[in-house]
Design a protein around this ligand. Sequence first.
Ligand SMILES: [Zn+2]
Ligand SMILES: [Zn+2]
Length: 255
Amino acid sequence: MSENWGTGRQWLKAELHAHCSLDPEDRCMCRHTPGQLIDRAASIGYRILSVTCHDLDVWTPDLADYARERGITLIPGMEVTVERGRHVLVYNFRTAAENLNTLEKIRARSGPDTLVIAPHPYFPDRSCLRGMLRRNPDAVDAVEYSGFRVGGLAFNRRAVRLAEETLKPLVGCGDVHFLWQLGRTFAWVYSEPAVHSVLHAIRRGRVRLETSPLAWREAAAWWATAVWRKAVRGKGLDEVEDGRGLGTAQQSVKP
Ligand SMILES: [Zn+2]
Ligand SMILES: [Zn+2]
């Protein structure tokens, strides 16, 4: 899918919620390095990608160059933890996670070049914003439609309703922990392929959703693999290999 009406804008395939082997919280679940994530995304047509590790921005100029050589614009991003364990996706804030650990701090630092998405807001997990989102709709720019969905369960329904009521864009994201999740639920963004343009386009609602549910056996395999890897690898895993020498974890740029 590619359209260009002379403005330089095109429909760009985007994944804005993905974890990797550098993730401080989920590294024992995710075996793929940032480079491998970029490689796979590029191979199936993605043009926009953000590696949103928990409380750590792994974006570096080298990694962005690596992505650009493969046709992908890499958006700086994190899945930060706020208000006693709730998750929020933040993009292009260029500051450390501890400066974004409350909705008030996020609100204070938000600007025209940043983006905030409420991930999996109504899933049955204490990491979800739930009622806090409805009480603070101004803290986020968009609402995630989570790719972690299986037939018969409608955990995204309230997110869709909230997005409609608050006139916020709904952004499809895979919450990718395993590479096979790419290509199932994602966003198309009508934008030029530059970081600020993409974030601006999403804030303006130039985004649409593509989604297909996971089969029950896929969801079961996801949980089984996650639990097994956490049990086997979760303890004492101090080093993760990065076969390409890319994406060495760094603390975000301090203000
Ligand atoms: Zn999360
Ligand atoms: Zn996540």
